[in-house]
Design a protein around this ligand. Structure first.
Ligand code: NAD
Length: 469
């Protein structure tokens, strides 16, 4: 499958791009290595018995603080994986200009094997362990959800932090992806999937690139396959369907389905909820193996589950023209070479799934400023817009309909500002990596270009610090 571990795969991609940048070796090494790796084992009493829980927190880069990155719950979590994910976070934050260093956490467990109370105990103990080491806090290290975790886990973490740091005025900024009622932000839940949608939509606007792939511009009618119907996969699929694309294949843990006429994402989701599986969805074909979904006929393939799913064994069977890496590390470094040879356009993880950390940044800003976005200006803007509409009506003698007035007058709510900030970020960042790809002949893929952009930004931070004059 792959001769390289996940971290080695990230390093290989880093080195390819590093050679293009021309920065001194020592500086490149400093950017590449993980600054702190904390491997912990702690006891939790489960059903009357002691159980040793193994967990990690890796802070890849302290060039900017706090460090930031999700926490993963999975029985396969290991140090190499958490290091790889932490390093991707550093590059991701640099690409989308959020002022954090990269980090990641992981607890080696299968959440399905524990009750909610047991998971709460484990999560709170993990948060307490991080507090003991000064590895959790709004100015130190700010986790978020990842594979196997969500708003519930984040609310346990913030509550534990606040209990151990009473009176901390900015304490709610110690973690993001919290429920909206617990100092979270509207729009965080779907942010990664929406960012995936904005990113691929932007890529599909470039006529030359689409022509080279034999595709037309735009998303209308494009056939899309999604692997993983969790947070990122579900919302990605949903936004693509709403945006005019056709979801023809969906893969989940238990199996995969394909329907060339298109699947309805919400109905598949409800079918899975009702039957416990996505298979046997009306009119769709059940595929033999869940991984077969990756090899189906489509224009855009969105792996949104786990790393290393496209590897040297199956890369040559991929039929998609575009791979949008919603998951972290779904394509191994070997497969990346094969797919580039085949002319497949890969929109890399470190750019494409950055919607989550972008909106996490907005949530952190909200926590530090202690005010909801839109609270100050919404009514003011509404009043100003009303005056403009009234003046236009007076000058033209024409009366607008109520719905026209509403659309013109409405001031922004928090969700409007969050989505606008996310869209701006994904579009701008795509243009920066696309520009590098198209103007630097040595940046021969979007991944290389994204690494070059990230490395240059991080290098300039170190240079500004005077460490590497
Ligand atoms: P999740 O736990 O919500 O969902 C993942 C889904 O993938 C689950 O439903 C699981 O059953 C399914 N799955 C697992 N193995 C599979 C397989 N072999 N085939 C098909 N489906 C499979 O996790 P998530 O938060 O959606 O994260 C998914 C990926 O996106 C991860 O790589 C994560 O690091 C990345 N990511 C997540 C976020 C975020 O905000 N949650 C942000 C950036 C990147």
């Amino acid at each position: 499958m792959s001769n390289l571990s996940f971290f080695e795969s990230v390093e290989k991609n880093f080195e390819k791009a590093a050679a293009i940048t021309g920065h001194p070796r020592g500086l490149l090494d400093q950017i590449r290595v993980c600054n702190s790796v904390y491997h912990m084992k702690f006891p939790v009493k489960i059903k009357g018995e002691f159980k040793v829980i193994e967990a990690w927190r890796v802070q890849h880069s302290h060039h900017r603080t706090p460090t930031k990155g999700g926490i993963r719950y999975d029985s396969m979590v290991n140090e190499d994986e958490v290091m790889a994910l932490a390093s991707l976070m550093t590059y991701k934050c640099a690409i989308v200009d959020v002022p954090f260093g990269g980090a990641k956490g992981g607890i080696k467990l299968n959440p399905k094997e524990f009750t909610a109370e047991e998971l709460e105990k484990i999560t709170r103990r993990y948060a307490a362990e991080l507090c003991k080491k000064q590895m959790l806090g709004p100015g130190l290290d700010v986790p978020a959800p990842d594979y196997g975790t969500g708003e519930r886990e984040m609310s346990w973490i913030v509550d534990t932090y606040m209990a151990l740091n009473p009176g901390s005025v900015d304490g709610y900024g110690c973690v993001t992806g919290k429920p909206v009622t617990q100092h979270g932000i509207n729009g965080r839940r779907e942010a990664t999937g929406l960012g995936v949608f904005y990113g691929i939509r932007e890529a599909c606007k470039f006529g030359d690139d689409m022509q080279a792939l034999g595709l037309t511009t735009g998303l209308e009618g494009k056939k899309v396959v999604v692997q993983g119907l969790g947070n990122v996969g579900y919302y990605s699929a949903k936004f693509f369907q709403e945006g005019g694309a056709k979801i023809v294949g969906i893969g989940e843990f238990e199996g995969a389905i394909y329907d060339a006429n298109g699947l309805d994402v919400d109905q598949v989701f409800q079918h899975r909820k009702a039957t416990g599986s996505i298979i046997n969805y009306p009119n769709a074909i059940n595929l033999n193996k869940t991984s077969d979904v990756l090899e189906q006929e489509c224009d855009i393939l969105i792996p949104a589950a786990l790393e290393n799913v496209i590897h040297s064994d199956n890369a040559s069977r991929i039929k998609a023209k575009i791979i949008g890496e919603a998951a972290n590390g779904p394509v191994t470094a070997e497969a990346d070479d094969i797919l580039n040879e085949m002319g497949v356009m890969i929109i890399p993880d470190m750019y494409l799934n950055a919607g989550g950390v972008t909106v996490s940044y907005f949530e952190w800003l909200k926590n530090l400023s202690h005010v909801r976005f839109g609270r100050l200006q919404k009514r003011f803007e509404q009043a100003s817009n009303t005056k403009i509409v009234e003046t236009i009506e007076k000058l033209t003698g024409k009366q607008l309909t109520d719905s026209e007035v509403d659309a013109l007058v409405k001031g922004p709510d928090e969700i409007d500002l969050v989505r606008s900030g996310l869209e701006e970020t994904m579009i701008n960042s795509y243009h920066s990596i696309h520009h590098e790809w198209k103007t630097n002949p040595r940046s021969n893929s979007l991944r290389s270009a994204a690494f070059v952009v990230a490395i240059n930004k991080i290098a300039s931070d170190y240079e500004a610090l005077g460490i590497f004059p």
